[in-house]
Design a binder for this molecule. Structure first.
Ligand code: MSP
Length: 486
């Protein structure tokens, strides 16, 4: 028993959420729910990133005031969390002047106190899509390949953060594992990036150009760089910089930041350096997931292959979505999402898999044993230890596979023992077999809950245990109704 503070990246509130955003929330939710089940005092944070040029321009294009524009998209991200049954404990948004700004500004002042902020003229290329300065080597034919945009040439006076002062220390904490970057390939990528040499970074933009953001403390002619603003959400939410820092004292450092591989360097280099400068502890782990592709390509509005997670959930339910992304996309790697594959997995593993198993067992009990079944526990091999080990090793895909294999073994147990036949020949044995099945389904719900909370809850309601340990079954509609037969 301990504490567990987990965060997702905060999403840009410049458009409706897509599948990639939904994916990251589900990963974090699985970890958070598992830690709660282990009795860790858990704080799970997500939110929206609402400042900067990218957002200001999108608002302008939509003909809205930035504040109204972000509020509308923020709402759609919050709705997504409800739709996906995500159990976040808080939601931070960077336009929140009361809850977020004091922390961002306090952190800035700490960097100033450390002598790590200085003014200089910057000349370089800025990619608004990345909200970052880029160099020629980041471009293909002068264009940012990720955003299909030509970066803007900027020459202006900025505040800089002395990142170079900390890069050796950042490297040491990554190498020693004090700041754990996972998977290993991402850790290597960061170290290789550090090998190339990292200079100081521009940390503000002139307010006359970018006013949609947090004013630099003491110099309102400058707006904080959107990444300096956004990264501080992880501590501002806990009260850092506000009157009551109790949550900050309790939960910081984060036990795990979950992010996608496209924002690795901000979290693996800038963020720890900022924390070091402010003399704050570093997060313990940074878990980097891959990208969800749609028909083999990065989802993008231009390509027209964006998949709306809400649509999928409305059609198949939150648990089916959660199952698919956790099982079919090996955690840490990129994975493809197609509707065809989704439908096939839904039918095979859910409708005909666990859904069918639960309905068969409950129907046999309800029909033949209205007073409930009873028996003695047989060892059907619920992989408790292996599951826990996989979860501790962040191997969520593996943990879920173990569980699904266990459900298949329950199917095999039915085949072998034929309770549907036993009810006519040996009622005592039929009762014992069904009792074991129901008992194991009930026991497995602790392991299932992080991945498929609705299903775990339904199993709990379907099989009711009496004081004497008899199990009755209540018939419910199919957990995962087949889409084919209807
Ligand atoms: N606002 C920044 C993060 C600031 S964190 C202090 C940002 N926002 S984002 O909306 O572009 O991305 C939010 C998260 O979603 C990131 O971790 C990103 O990697 C993830 N994903 C965005 N598209 C994705 C996929 N197609 N697939 C999986 N994750 C994706 O970056």
């Amino acid at each position: 028993m301990g504490k567990f503070y987990i965060t997702t990246a905060i999403d840009y509130a410049n458009a409706a959420p897509h599948l990639g955003h939904a994916y990251e929330k589900v990963i974090a939710d699985v970890f958070a729910r598992w830690h709660r089940a282990q009795n860790d005092e858990t704080f799970f944070l997500t939110g929206t990133d609402e400042h900067g040029a990218k957002i200001a321009r999108a608002a302008e294009k939509a003909g809205s005031a930035p504040a109204d524009f972000v509020a509308k998209h923020r709402q759609s991200f919050q709705d997504l969390l409800t739709t996906l049954n995500v159990s976040n404990d808080d939601f931070i948004y960077t336009a929140d002047q009361k809850r977020h700004w004091p922390g961002a500004q306090k952190l800035w002042k700490k960097l100033v106190d450390a002598g790590d902020i200085y003014k200089a003229t910057y000349k370089g290329l800025y990619c608004v899509g990345h909200e970052a300065f880029v160099t020629e080597k980041d471009l293909v034919g002068g264009i940012c390949a990720d955003h299909q945009q030509k970066p803007e040439l900027i020459e202006e006076e900025n505040y800089f953060f002395k990142l170079s002062k900390y890069t050796d220390r950042v490297r040491a904490t990554i190498e020693s594992g004090e700041f754990h970057i996972l998977p290993e390939a991402r850790k290597k990528e960061v170290l290789a990036f550090l090998d190339e040499g990292v200079g100081d970074i521009s940390f503000s933009r002139p307010s006359k150009d970018i006013s949609w953001g947090i004013p630099v403390p003491g110099d309102f002619e400058h707006t904080m760089y959107v990444w300096a603003d956004a990264l501080s959400n992880y501590i501002s939410v806990l009260g850092y910089g506000r009157a009551d820092e109790a949550l900050f004292q309790k939960f910081w450092p984060a036990d795990m930041h979950i992010i996608g591989k496209d924002i690795l360097r901000f979290h693996a280099i800038y963020w720890p350096a900022m924390l070091m400068a402010a003399d704050l502890s570093l997060p313990k782990a940074l878990f980097v997931h891959g990208m969800i592709l749609s028909s083999g390509k990065k989802m993008s509005k231009t390509i027209g292959n964006v998949i709306d997670p809400i649509e999928i959930v409305n059609e198949y339910g939150a648990d089916a979505f959660r199952y698919f992304v956790m099982r079919e996309i090996p955690l840490g790697e990129d994975g493809d999402f197609t509707r065809e594959r989704f439908a096939a997995v839904y039918e095979g593993s859910l409708a005909h898999g666990i859904g069918n198993l639960v309905s068969r067992v409950s129907a046999m009990i309800a029909k033949n044993f209205p007073g409930g079944v009873v028996g003695e526990l047989e060892d059907l091999g619920l992989p408790k230890k292996a599951f826990g080990d996989a979860m501790s090793a962040y191997a969520l895909t593996e943990a879920l596979s173990l569980l699904m294999r266990f459900f298949s073994s329950l199917d095999a147990y039915i085949q072998k023992n034929e309770p549907y036949r036993l009810v006519k020949t040996d009622v005592t044995r039929a009762s014992a077999v069904l009792w074991n099945l129901a008992q194991y389904l009930r026991e497995s719900r602790v392991f299932l809950e992080p991945f498929m909370p609705h299903t775990a809850h339904a199993i709990n309601e379907i099989f009711e245990v009496s004081k004497e340990g008899r199990i009755c079954a209540h018939i419910r509609g199919a957990l995962f109704p087949s889409k084919k037969s209807t």
